[in-house]
Design a protein around this ligand. Structure first.
Ligand code: FAD
Length: 186
């Protein structure tokens, strides 16, 4: 903020207020973000689901009243970053290393995603995509990789197989269908 008269005042630094502030930055407007809570100091309870959910370690003890005048504790957390800070604190996090390239030590692994209604997957022909195969393996096993791609290509050449696979009612059905084609091709 540059002056004493901001263009925009946002109350609360939770996910709502913070997202709004972030989105408004490019506008060049003077933004004042008001937050009643303190910064959350790093401490073991910040990553302890029992402390957060069961013991209400960070929960304010305030009492609100419902329409019938009955008191209740709303479970608000008044800290910079708002309630999501606590929601986020207890989630399992992926490490930076989990996003880096990974080479499979041995063997191949595959994944099959099926979309009976089709999704936009940037296909060359612009058509919706119903079946996605993923195959990963060691860098040096290029021959094995190509053989697997050829097997997938043979499997998907037949339109009725494609339809059955895209509409498979269970993972087992899809697995059995692929296996029966593999056996027949041998
Ligand atoms: C333990 C826990 C688990 C949750 N789990 C999930 C989940 O699994 N999935 C999900 O989608 N959501 C979950 N939520 C809910 C999610 O965190 C909230 O929906 C979200 O935080 C709401 O964002 P918000 O910005 O509207 O409000 P808040 O995050 O509540 O932010 C409001 C901010 O305003 C501040 N404030 C309040 N009054 C004033 C005032 N008078 N002046 C200045 N500042 C003020 C507060 O201190 C706070 O920082 C969870 C919440 C908690 C607490």
């Amino acid at each position: 903020m540059t002056g004493a008269s901001p263009d925009i005042v946002i109350i609360g630094s939770g996910i709502g207020g913070a997202t709004l502030a972030h989105g408004l930055v490019p506008s060049g407007a003077d933004i004042l973000l008001l937050e009643r809570g303190q910064r959350l100091e790093p401490r073991p309870e910040c990553r302890d689901p029992r402390a957060i959910f069961q013991r209400g370690f960070f929960r304010d003890a305030e009492r609100w009243y419902d329409g019938d005048g009955r008191p209740f504790n709303p479970g608000n957390y008044y800290y910079v970053g708002g309630n999501s800070k606590f929601y986020g604190a207890v989630l399992i996090r992926l490490r930076e290393a989990d996003f880096s390239a990974l080479e499979h030590a041995e063997g191949q692994a595959g994944a099959l995603l099926l979309f009976p209604k089709g999704i936009d997957f940037d296909a060359i022909d612009g058509q919706p995509v119903h079946i996605v195969f993923g195959v990963v393996g060691p860098k040096r096993a290029t021959g094995e990789h190509l053989r697997t791609l050829a097997r997938i290509s043979r499997l998907l050449r037949d339109e009725s197989t494609r339809k059955q696979l895209a509409n498979a009612e269970s993972p087992k059905f899809a697995f059995d269908l692929i296996e029966s084609h593999d056996q027949a091709a041998k």
